[in-house]
Write a protein that binds this ligand. Structure first.
Ligand code: FES
Length: 113
């Protein structure tokens, strides 16, 4: 049902292999990633290490490398890869007819009390 999803705009606002942040009112800053294969992922924009801005990292495959200390974070699970440990929340999203949607309940659930 469309009502369960929050429309965050057209897919072409994100270039393949990059990310951008979204001003979602009342929620934590969310980074939406578009891979070189045109897959889309949304994560809270805080590295699980020291909260680096993942949206400014390098996207390769389904992984983003944090710009601060080069941890590799899975875009699918939000987990740190390799020897590093930590996890950042992933926001379920979908693409439909050229527009991106975030699962509304996931966004609302992250609002500060
Ligand atoms: S803050 Fe991301 S690797 Fe340190």
């Amino acid at each position: 049902m469309i009502g369960d999803w929050l429309d965050i705009g057209p897919v072409d606002q994100i270039t393949s292999g990059t990310a951008r942040t979204l001003p979602v009112v009342g929620a934590e800053e969310i980074a939406v990633f578009r891979t070189q294969k045109n897959e889309f992922y949304a994560l809270v924009n805080k590295c699980p290490h020291k909260q680096g801005p993942l949206s400014q990292g390098i996207v390769h495959g389904n992984v983003v490398t944090c710009p601060l200390h080069n941890w590799n974070i899975s875009l699918k699970t939000g987990e740190a890869l390799g020897d590093d440990e930590g996890c950042v929340p992933v926001i379920p999203m979908k693409v439909d007819a050229g527009r991106m949607y975030l699962l509304r309940s996931a966004v609302v659930g992250k609002q500060a009390a």
